[in-house]
Design a protein around this ligand. Structure first.
Ligand code: SF4
Length: 358
């Protein structure tokens, strides 16, 4: 049925540009290669229970070198899960990072394992709003088994998902076993990937890593994030995430602070985009905001073209509509004009980008 609703999801399988920039993702999706989390589970580590954070990081660095050496040489059928393994080690580190939370660049340093909450208001475990096969994502992702979790590190005035990101919904706390069971079933039914989103997935890294531990099927993991996660989190995502689906929202810190309440935005997301490209496949989403074509969009696409390459796959999104508190800013009270859509595409092409989705 979905093939009729989204014929472009079939056409994209023959799209040379899409396949070139997302080659790892396509290989896992077609079961020609193992997902990264499966490779991590095949890398044995020594006992880790007694180690402090510093020693855990030291072992992680060593084992990630091993990961990089063997990844690409191992076929799906030859991989055997070890215990404890690199993924167990990542879980242990994520748990410690939550005891003085630095999972994102707010660096709240609250003890979430003891029930304290920071800016994102997330607790220890996943709180799920809904999970289902999503047919509205980029063609290469559809059908995408998408898990929407509550909470976000951002407070975007125009948030299109504000009932989820700002905890207006109650949600349902779910165990990693339960989520993994749903994901495995979805994969057997034909989902192309697991899409971790919200709100934002970053604050639930500890839970997500445990979901990946429980998964039995080979499925590409898509990290659908606002890209404001910490350097420490990036190190843990490496070796686990197959496709980074990252937002690039603002071209300068002033707009980021005024609209989303975020400090040090551009340095953080630039660092994370560069690291994501080295770690896995990368697909960038830019939600074009009315009145922000030159202060934001132009700067973003020029930076991408120069630093990530002209063939970086970029989704130029035109579906902005005023939601939540968008009325607080004059320019955000309307949708894009036809002229702004045309102009945004012209700007992106002029910056040199050659792999644009609209
Ligand atoms: S995830 Fe970020 S916003 Fe949430 S508590 Fe941790 S540091 Fe704060």
């Amino acid at each position: 049925m979905w093939k009729i609703i989204r014929p472009d999801a079939i056409e994209v399988l023959y799209d040379v540009k899409a396949r070139a920039s997302l080659s790892h993702y396509f290989s896992v999706m077609e079961n020609k290669r193992p997902a990264k989390f499966i490779v991590s589970k095949a890398i044995e580590v020594e006992k880790i229970e007694e180690l402090g954070l510093e020693d855990l990081w030291r072992v992680h660095e060593e084992k990630m070198k091993e990961f990089k050496e063997v990844e690409g040489t191992l076929s799906l059928t030859k991989l055997k899960e070890r215990s404890p393994n690199l993924l167990n080690l990542k879980v242990e580190i994520a748990k410690k990072l939550m005891e003085s939370c630095v999972l994102c660049e707010h660096r709240c340093k609250v003890n979430r394992m003891a029930g304290q909450r920071g800016v994102c208001k997330a607790g220890k475990e996943l709180v799920v709003s809904s999970m289902f096969d999503h047919y509205g994502e980029e063609a290469e992702l559809v059908p995408s088994f998408t898990v929407f979790t509550l909470g976000c590190s951002f407070k975007c005035l125009h948030c299109q998902n504000y009932s989820i990101s700002q905890w207006l919904e109650k949600g349902e706390e779910m165990s990693s076993e339960e989520v993994a069971k749903n994901v495995d079933q979805a994969r057997r039914n034909g989902s192309r990937n697991l899409n971790c989103v919200g709100g934002n997935p970053d604050q639930y890294l500890y839970s997500w890593l445990r979901v990946f531990l429980k998964l039995r099927e080979n499925i590409p993991i898509v990290w659908n994030s606002n890209a404001y996660y910490s350097y420490e989190q990036m190190l843990l995502l490496d070796g686990v995430i197959d496709l980074y689906l990252l937002d690039f929202k603002y071209g300068n810190d002033k707009c980021a602070y005024e609209i989303s309440g975020i400090k040090n935005y551009t340095n953080t997301v630039k660092r994370n985009h560069v690291m994501a490209k080295k770690s896995g496949d990368l697909l960038i989403r830019i939600l074009v905001l009315p009145g922000h074509l030159y202060c934001c969009l132009k700067t973003i696409v020029e930076w991408i073209s120069k630093n990530l390459g002209e063939n970086t796959r970029v989704n130029l999104m035109w579906q902005y509509y005023p939601a939540w508190k968008a009325f607080e800013r004059e320019e955000l009270r309307r949708r894009l004009t036809q002229e702004e859509m045309r102009e945004s595409l012209r700007i992106a092409k002029e910056a040199g980008l050659k792999n644009i989705i609209t």
